[in-house]
Design a protein around this ligand. Sequence first.
Ligand code: FAD
Length: 475
Amino acid sequence: MPTTTRRQFLLDTLVLAASFPAFYSPLTAKADSNAPISSRNVRFLLRNDADYAKHRQIFNKRITAMPKIIAVCINEKGVQEAVTYAQTAKLPVAIKSGGHSFEGFSTNDGGLMLDLSGMNKPKYNKTTKRLTIQPGAKLGKVYEYLHQYGRLIPAGSCAGVGVAGLTLGGGYGFFARQLGLTCDSLQRVRMVDGKGQLHDSNNNPELLWGCKGGGNGNFGIITELEFNTHPAPSYFSSYRYKYRNLTPSSATQLAERWFDWMKTLPNTAYSSWVLNGKHVTVIVTDTSNTASTSLKTILAKLKAGATETLTPRKDAFLPGIQRYKGGVDPMYFKNVSAGYYRDFTDIKTLLPTICKQIAAAKLTTILQINTLGGAINNPTLEATAAYPHRAFGYLGELQTYYDKATQTNMAEHIVRDIQGMLTAGGIKAHYRNYPDVELPNWEAAYYGNSYPRLQALKRQFDPDNLIRHPQSVKL
Ligand SMILES: Cc1cc2nc3c(=O)[nH]c(=O)nc-3n(C[C@H](O)[C@H](O)[C@H](O)COP(=O)(O)OP(=O)(O)OC[C@H]3O[C@@H](n4cnc5c(N)ncnc54)[C@H](O)[C@@H]3O)c2cc1C
């Protein structure tokens, strides 16, 4: 080879190598003609690959599923390549963005897991005031990124939760009573369907509708989300009251009062009633510059009966919400939706027995009831989103935490018993983002009247049911 040609060859090789991610190492098809071939867009990992364990890990250590192959996607094209491979190899596809699914719906046993956690770039447009973001971005980073522009999207508080999983199931948090659910700010998505085809919801309004509360691992892989953003408040105030050593009856009475007081909670505020064993903590947060009279009245009532009042805080917005960012290390838990409630009467007769069960539980067991309402209830949003639960003012979450894999059965047993009481007591509506794999009639519980329309989207975009998990929309 002449020198110039060889130099050119070396240069070309160098340029080519530089354009691949550092980890690129093609899997050859020699050993197995069905083996996937990595590219600059996607890296396939088999169970014996060194990085497999890192990418397999999700937030809930209770889930032990082992995908046959993990496709670590670098970009949208990589998602398409991975789906095409899954079709050929006839492998069911699970989608991991933030990996925080309570039931591990972002992984599977023996199938293909798409790991989108590396697709996490945000881009804010100052003119349109819109945020375009990839699915693997985590909420902590989203708040931080938008803060430099003085903006936010109303989302949850835990920093490790993925923006895709949160939004596609609805998404609520401290700002939802003022600004609506996370999905209410969603304006557009891009999606790879079960055939590997790319779609833009600008050409398909029904797709956008489905992704507002009904899009979690059901009919396609969302590769990009575009949101309207909102001005970030200047302050984030929080108040905390503890009520110790309650009996089931006194805990129930406190809940009744809390429900009553929440009727006048301003929309800038949020509250939760949290029963942990025999103790209740009430949290209130607020984003107004100065607490309104109605909020002050509620705070005074909360303080009057409390065993302990923590010093109220008024922080600047970002550090204020960061105090609620939670842990990022995976942990053992069995958490589920404990149902939506219109008011206290929905759980009045159930609560004393549930409080008794929680007090007697051998693992840390918590019932948390959160305020919804406000902007979420806006009836004009009803037709815009698959999310079907706007009429409910409250959402319950049952949580069990533990330390060792050997306690999994006990945790599941505790939750099963209490969920059984709720079901028997007539609680039928549940939050899709707090799934319970044992829930009967989950289709109606999560999606209500939206379910048949979601099935139509499933038939349109994933007729082979390639994308699936135990509670994905059926054909
Ligand atoms: C610690 C913790 C705190 C939480 N706090 C809140 C809260 O404040 N408010 C709230 O509303 N919820 C909250 N949740 C629930 C949370 O919204 C859901 O668990 C959510 O689905 C997690 O999204 P993810 O991307 O992190 O999870 P993943 O496990 O990656 O995915 C969750 C689900 O979404 C699907 N999915 C993920 N990415 C895509 C995609 N790109 N395209 C299509 N489908 C996809 C998956 O199939 C799976 O079913 C919390 C959960 C945890 C564990």
